[in-house]
Design a protein. Structure first.
Length: 303
């Protein structure tokens, strides 16, 4: 199954969101929300096709400041500023917040004429998905939060040694960017499910071709660092929820997943040995099964 041609949703607040879809629009929607610096292609088309094959209308998109969606013109945040914010444990006055990113998803649903969707978020995308479920519960049928956390500083931590890798400037040439990406995914990827170097290079080249912005990455990082603790709000969440986390995640410690599942009443927790902070192809059947099983907990995948 191939995706429909990419399209642009122009949101009322001046943001353009690039998206594509798999499956039939008459089927229940599953919206896939990607994380930091990740374009829609980080939700691999083979995974999206597997989910769509279960009877869903799958939507993936570039967040603002990523790929072909709107890149903000400012304010610019330096790498030094991000490092200082990380040391302080928070960023002051980020250009936008998790709430803004969640509202972008609402705008995309409005554009598509989707009243409510099953929402899947990975990493920062999990933070956005949680925020969407908290602040716009009427738009969320079920929630799958992957390799993410609650925003509480004492859980879901990352090794400070990874921050220089994350903040390494985007290279100006495709070849240099691909080399840099190889180092990043070696640092945070799944030791139990290593991705072949040629596949890492292919994905990195695809990402570069869509467009990369270090300023945009820094603005997204600022939003992550400024997020509030969602634990108490998650306790009030009344949506079928599954939390999936890798036990080998070096970027967002598995304590973040455990805390998320503990906060949401009735949430199911799936911990995967050997999984780091990526989406290896060998686990596509697992991811598809988790998503499908969560939708069924609404009483019907077509709720």
């Amino acid at each position: 199954m191939q995706p429909a041609a990419e399209a642009m949703a122009r949101l009322p607040w001046g943001i353009d969101i690039c998206y594509d879809t798999f499956g039939e629009s008459s089927d229940p929607a599953v919206v896939m929300v990607m994380g930091l610096a990740g374009p829609l292609t980080w939700w691999d088309s083979r995974l999206c096709a597997m989910v769509a094959g279960q009877g869903f209308y799958v939507v993936r998109f570039d967040n603002r400041d990523v790929g072909r969606s709107t890149w903000l013109s400012g304010p610019r945040i330096s790498n030094t500023g991000i490092l200082r914010a990380a040391v302080r444990g928070a960023a002051s006055r980020p250009p936008y917040t998790m709430s803004d990113l969640a509202t972008d998803v609402v705008g995309l649903l409005d554009h598509l004429g989707v009243a409510a969707a099953h929402v899947v978020g990975a990493s920062m995308g999990g933070m956005i998905a949680q925020t969407l479920a908290i602040e716009h519960p009427e738009r969320v049928l079920s929630l799958v939060s992957m390799m993410s956390t609650t925003g509480r500083r004492s859980v879901g931590w990352f090794s400070p040694r990874l921050l220089p890798t994350l903040l390494r400037p985007n290279r100006s040439t495709r070849e240099a960017y691909v080399r840099s990406a190889a180092r990043t995914w070696k640092a945070i990827g799944s030791p139990g499910y290593p991705v072949p170097p040629d596949e890492v290079a292919r994905r990195a080249g695809e990402t570069f071709d869509r467009g990369v912005s270090q300023a945009g990455v820094n603005r997204q990082l600022a939003a992550i660092l400024a997020q509030t603790d969602r634990t108490e709000a998650l306790r009030r969440l009344q949506r079928p929820t599954t939390v999936l986390h890798g036990l080998a995640d070096r970027l967002v410690h598995a304590s973040g997943g455990r805390a998320t599942a503990a906060a949401v009443t009735g949430a199911q927790l799936v911990l995967v040995p050997g999984l780091g902070h990526d989406l290896p192809e060998a686990l596509y059947p697992t991811f598809t099964s988790v998503i499908t099983a969560t939708t069924r907990r609404t009483g019907s995948a077509h709720a």
